[in-house]
Design a protein around this ligand. Structure first.
Ligand code: 2HA
Ligand code: ZN
Length: 287
């Protein structure tokens, strides 16, 4: 058996949580990550026949029975994952009943998985139903994205459109747009179900006045999605409240999406709106 501390999936969890902490996105115990593991790869590091404890999940994840996940622990700080993975992370397997997690490694201080496990596992189920290669679900509190929640309408079409306008790459990176949920109580099955419903359509979901969820096939893809939204939100927050002299027009967004061959949310582009903005810019420039 190889040393699990050298496993690529443990290393990736450590590196990603450290990056997110240093970017200021995950203060204290903010944020959580779940990463579905390949059974054969996990078996190189773990005895899959040895269950350390079982922990009820409080909801039914039967479609994930037998699947393995490495998951950040509840109350644990992203700041500390890399220096003590065995306390801050756990590897769980969803038992055949769908409502029990079998702990195979980690949570060494008697802890358990993140309180947001419902949102994570329900999002995994939703993403897998549309993309069988999805592996990662990530939740974070990126500063500018959160700031933008307070000054921008929480409407998914308008929110996505504004982000797309902020950096040329945005429509190429997340052509499917950003889903938006209103403020809801976190840590519940209800917010889990609402997130999963959005995840059937979007790889990114804003939790109003709380943070963001991302989903993807790899850690890099998922991190990159959130990172790109956060960059766009930062540009928005640096420029909002000032006269806007220039923008990326809708016809240019369309040109980008078509040049890169991405399947974008056409209904999130609005030529009339784009022209109205361009007209206003011209007026601003003259004024
Ligand atoms: O786990 O971010 O949403 C801490 C959180 C809860
Ligand atoms: Zn949170």
């Amino acid at each position: 058996m190889k040393d699990i501390l050298t496993a690529p999936f443990v290393r990736e969890m450590g590196e990603t949580t450290a990056n997110m902490y240093r970017l200021g996105w995950d203060e204290r115990n903010g944020g959580n990550i779940s990463y579905m593991l390949d059974k054969d790869e996990a078996a190189e590091y773990l005895d899959l026949g040895r269950v350390l404890r079982t922990i009820p999940t409080g909801f039914d994840a039967a479609p994930l029975a037998g699947r393995l996940f490495i998951v950040t622990g509840t109350g644990k700080y992203f700041k500390n994952v890399q220096k003590d993975p065995e306390t801050n992370l756990g590897v769980i397997r969803i038992a055949q009943d769908g409502t029990t997690a079998e702990l195979l490694w980690g949570y060494a201080d008697g802890g358990r998985f993140t309180s947001e496990l419902p949102a994570h596992l329900m999002s995994h189920m939703a993403r897998l139903s549309v993309d069988p290669e999805n592996r990662v679900v990530m939740h974070s509190h990126p500063t500018h994205t959160l700031a933008m929640n307070y000054v921008h309408e929480l409407d998914e079409r308008k929110f996505t459109h504004t982000l797309w306008e902020m950096c040329t790459e945005c429509i190429v990176v997340f052509p499917d747009g950003v889903g938006v949920l209103p403020w809801m109580l976190c840590g519940t099955n209800a917010i889990g179900q609402a997130t999963a419903e959005k995840m059937k359509e979007y790889r990114l979901v804003i939790w109003g006045m709380h943070g963001i969820y991302g989903a993807g096939r790899t850690m890099d893809e998922t991190f990159g999605l959130i990172e790109t939204v956060e960059k766009a939100a930062q540009i928005y927050m640096l420029t909002c409240g000032r006269p806007r002299l220039n923008t990326i027009r809708d016809d240019q967004l369309r040109e980008l999406a078509e040049a890169f061959g991405v399947d974008y949310r056409r209904d999130f582009l609005d030529p009339e709106r784009g022209q109205a903005k361009a007209g206003q810019q011209a007026a601003n420039q003259q004024g």
